[in-house]
Write a protein that binds this ligand. Structure first.
Ligand code: KG4
Ligand code: ZN
Length: 339
């Protein structure tokens, strides 16, 4: 019988310090996330220097807490997986150096993981993957459609040409004077508002799976600005609802088209914006009309940054024999097709 595999995952690419232990790439044994959101709120966004300092303070505590919750020691582990990119370089380096030090001290293999591969593999904690599959990745830094024909191989068929979906949410939220991160606030307000403004949808060239959200963001800002000058009262809930509908329509229509073109068996929703209630609802409604395709949506705790997803992706790479050595660095612009 095959022995169980236990991997410690470490994630510090942005503003959460996280560690987790995952069994056989699919089962969470322990999952600890220390969020810095409160510290960054007063600046209206993540301040890289502040983020690095918090990671230094938190990393040891978070890893110790993970082992404690799992009732395990380093001797019970098979490998250490860590996010090596993309992300803020100062933040990445804290996780990478912690992973290298622990792998060296405990003589464990080291596996570097791409952050977005992690977001995609969060879905494997929910359901086993069936290939070919398509993942709609929507986070604070990325908006991509990723095609996977087998484990560990990622083909980007479309990506944003400017702002990521989460970035657009956060910027629109800021214009509406909502706290950082704005995504969840817009999501909540959208449910209370009406779609009363016809904001643009950037479809781009015929057949393209790329996205663009900066025009939409500017349209929202201009609409608010013009209304202010005319002395018109616009309900922020209606702005939120109209903006959200524009984002969701483009994401869902392109996802459905790619699902059919590439004849995939599964569609996986990944990244922080996957927590969006409106997006989840529309995807569920649309995929109900395509019963031959399985739609997987992770629980909210696995959508935003966490280390269980890094351990899950790391397990697959580990089983494929992929290893990193002690020259591993933090790579802010790491490419998912080549890492
Ligand atoms: O994946 P993530 O935790 O970090 C990155 O890797 O970027 O994503 C964070 C992003 C933020 O932009 C946040 O506003 C957005 O996810 N977000 C949401 C929701 N929850 C988080 N956006 C829309 N609706 C939500 N409910
Ligand atoms: Zn992320």
């Amino acid at each position: 019988m095959k022995k169980d595999t236990y991997i410690l995952g470490i994630e510090t690419s942005c503003d959460e310090t996280a560690a987790a232990i995952v069994k056989n790439g699919r089962e969470i044994v322990a999952n600890v996330v220390s969020s810095q959101i409160e510290s960054h709120k007063r600046f209206g966004g993540v301040v890289p220097e502040v983020a690095s300092r918090h990671h230094v303070e938190e990393i040891t505590i978070v890893i110790e807490e993970t082992l404690k919750q799992a009732e395990m020691t380093f001797k019970d582990l098979d490998a250490i997986a860590v996010t090596k990119g993309p992300g803020l370089v100062g933040s990445l380096l804290i996780g990478v150096n912690a992973a290298k030090a622990l792998a060296f001290a405990h003589n464990l293999p080291l596996v570097g993981v791409h952050h977005i591969a992690g977001h995609i593999y969060a879905n494997r904690i929910v359901a086993e993957m069936a290939f070919p599959l398509l993942s709609l990745v929507v986070s604070g830094g990325h908006t991509e459609l990723v095609l996977m024909k087998e484990h560990g191989a990622f083909e980007v068929i479309g990506e944003t040409r400017d702002d990521a979906a989460g970035e657009a949410y956060d910027k629109v939220a800021r214009t509406l004077n909502l706290p950082y991160p704005g995504g969840p606030h817009i999501d909540r307000m959208a449910a209370e508002g009406e779609v009363s403004i016809d904001f643009p949808r950037a479809w781009l060239e015929e057949g393209s799976y790329d996205f663009s959200f900066s025009g939409l963001k500017s349209a929202v800002i201009n609409t608010l600005h013009n209304a202010e000058q005319r002395g018109d009262e616009l309900k922020p809930e209606d702005i939120a609802a109209s903006f959200q509908e524009s984002v969701i329509e483009v994401l869902v229509v392109k996802t459905m088209r790619a699902t059919k073109e590439f004849d995939v068996k599964q569609v996986l929703l990944s990244g922080g914006v996957a927590a969006n209630k409106g997006l989840r609802k529309v995807l569920e409604e649309q995929f109900a009309t395509l019963p031959e395709v399985e739609l997987i949506i992770p629980p909210l705790s696995l959508c935003t940054d966490n280390a269980a997803m890094i351990a899950a992706a790391g397990t697959v790479l580990f089983e494929q024999g992929k290893r990193d050595d002690f020259t591993m660095n933090g790579y802010p612009g790491l490419d998912i097709e080549q890492f």
